[in-house]
Design a protein around this ligand. Structure first.
Ligand SMILES: C[S@@+](CC[C@H](N)C(=O)[O-])C[C@H]1O[C@@H](n2cnc3c(N)ncnc32)[C@H](O)[C@@H]1O
Length: 512
């Protein structure tokens, strides 16, 4: 069943949900933290225990729309008094079915989950409707499943730049979470998807959350926006690498129907011509290491093949070998480990990877920017494997790094030497000594925010960072440290200024 995003009914449902206090906090505290975490793992028993004996609105709505379980229609009508069960039926969110004892049940046709978020503009809460998940369906997902908010959705939402812009494109909008997030910073969003059902959810969720300025269009990748440019493009595309065989399911929500990582290649190569000057595209992606060519080098090839020259910052967050990758996605499709179907699917994935010489699959973030004027200046392809301390702050961190990069790229070394820097407040230093020795063998600078990077530095660079208190220019500090260490000042500048650039880009130092 495709939801029917009727504007009046969506407004009335939003009023009802608000009136009922149906927030993520109310749901979580209703059944307890451990039960809430168990729901994410597909276990709903603990949550039901937590709500035992309760028929208040939050409890009824939690069972109906978070767990996806039928509830007595009379209870639902009481919890959502403006919309009523009939309104929910018209929206395509429930159907009425006969139940034991004569009174009918309202059976959910979709989930609606409260979703809290936090960004540079403050904290907020959405209700996100999506298809019933595996637990609610009691079996594997259909191929046209419209996904709710998952880990990847939250990652892309968090890395979206908070800087204001006019127009954004959300490719593969699904339930619409990225469009809602983008609308926090931009005035208008075009949301596209190949699935009509997904677009109905995007529209429904925009209406439910009172977010205007989201236009929906159907079509593959950039087809619906031919000839148009945007200030932002965001996409959590269907990047999951899937063997192209009749006996392997093709899930619309995760698989774009192409061979290997071709969909990501098409996206990276094609995004540039849909970016306005200064426009930025951000997407999540997988890339294959093939025949000894590292995945990041292949991504570089796609960026370089773009008709519009692009700045690129590619961050590989993790990589898996073919077997681990296959197990991850066969499990995700709901096939049970240990069954013949599981073994057959794993073989299909391994054959597919072997046919292209794939030895590793990387996962990460892609950030592409069409320079506002002139040639690209940023080509950064890196692995950042450590846990990020605060995912919600990543969008701001990326924006600050880009701004720092732009400022640095306008400065020659003399300009950097003449600049005054301050050490960021989240930076700490750790010194490791061999027992009994006064001088450290390792000095590390650690970042509490951003990507949580740890850098090994020499004593001179540690002294420089320690002296960056917004007072003296970097060049003056480097010269003084060289004198203290009995080193040649010009050699020290040559050595340290590129390191200062890196520290500024990574957020350890900021321009004063
Ligand atoms: C992983 S989901 C992302 C949904 C949502 N944007 C999010 O972040 O949670 C990928 C979406 O891409 C859509 N899709 C699949 N193939 C596509 C294509 N060729 N062009 C555009 N969208 C596509 C799917 O229908 C699905 O809604």
């Amino acid at each position: 069943m495709t939801p029917n995003p009727d504007p009046d009914l969506c407004r009335s449902l939003a009023d009802d949900l608000r009136g009922a206090g149906f927030t993520s906090e109310a749901v979580r505290s209703g059944w307890g933290e451990a039960a809430d975490d168990a729901v994410v793992r597909g276990l709903r028993g603990p949550a039901l225990r937590g709500l035992a004996g309760r028929d208040d609105a939050v409890a009824v709505l939690s069972r109906l729309f978070v767990l996806g379980m039928p509830q007595p229609a009379a209870d639902v009508a009481r919890a959502l008094s403006r919309t009523g069960v009939e309104g929910l039926e018209t929206l395509g969110l429930v159907e009425t079915v006969a139940a034991g004892g004569g009174d009918p049940d309202a059976r959910p046709l979709a989930l609606i989950r409260p979703q809290s978020f936090s960004d540079a503009r403050g904290d907020g809460e959405w209700w996100i409707a999506s298809d019933l998940d595996e637990t609610a369906l009691g079996g594997p997902l259909p191929e046209d499943h419209v996904l709710g908010v998952g880990g990847a959705s939250l990652t892309l939402a968090a890395i979206q730049l908070p800087t204001p812009a006019e127009r954004a494109l959300d490719v593969g909008s699904g339930c619409g979470i990225q469009s809602l997030r983008a609308r926090r910073a931009v005035s208008r969003v075009v949301a596209t998807d190949i699935s009509d059902r997904a677009l109905s959810y995007t529209r429904l969720n925009a209406l439910l959350n009172g977010v205007d300025g989201v236009e929906i269009r159907r079509g593959s990748l950039f087809e619906p926006v031919r000839g148009e440019t945007f200030d932002r493009i965001v996409s959590n595309p269907p990047f999951v690498i899937t063997p192209r065989r009749d006996d392997v399911p093709e899930y619309e929500y995760r698989d774009g129907g192409m061979v290997g990582d071709d969909l990501v290649a098409a996206f990276v190569t094609g995004a540039g011509e849909h970016l306005a000057p200064g426009g930025i595209a951000q997407l999540l992606a997988n890339w294959e290491t093939r025949d000894g060519t590292p995945g990041l080098d292949r991504v570089r090839g796609w960026v370089e093949a773009s008709a519009a020259p692009l700045d690129a910052w590619i961050v590989e967050r993790e990589s898996l070998d073919p077997l681990a990758y296959a197990e991850l996605w066969v499990r995700d499709g709901g096939t049970v480990p240990g069954t013949p179907a599981f073994a057959r699917l794993i073989d299909a994935w391994l054959d597919d990877f072997a046919s292209r010489g794939v030895t590793e699959i990387g996962f990460g973030y892609v950030l592409l920017r069409r320079p506002a004027d002139g040639a690209p200046t940023l080509a950064r392809y890196e692995r950042v494997a450590q846990a990020v301390p605060d995912q919600a702050g990543l969008g701001e961190h990326l924006a600050a790094a880009l701004a720092a990069h732009d400022r640095l790229s306008r400065l020659d070394d003399a300009g950097v030497a003449a600049s005054v820097f301050t050490v960021a407040p989240d930076v700490t230093e750790a010194r490791h000594h061999r027992p009994g020795e006064a001088d450290p063998t390792v000095i590390e600078l650690r970042q509490g925010g951003g990507f949580g990077r740890t850098l090994s530095v020499d004593p001179a660079l540690a002294a420089l960072v320690g002296a960056c208190d917004g007072d003296l220019p970097a060049g003056v500090l480097i010269d003084a440290i060289a004198e203290l260490l009995d080193a040649d000042a010009s050699v020290s500048r040559k050595d340290m200024l590129p390191k200062v650039r890196e520290l500024v880009f990574a957020g350890f130092l900021t321009f004063t």
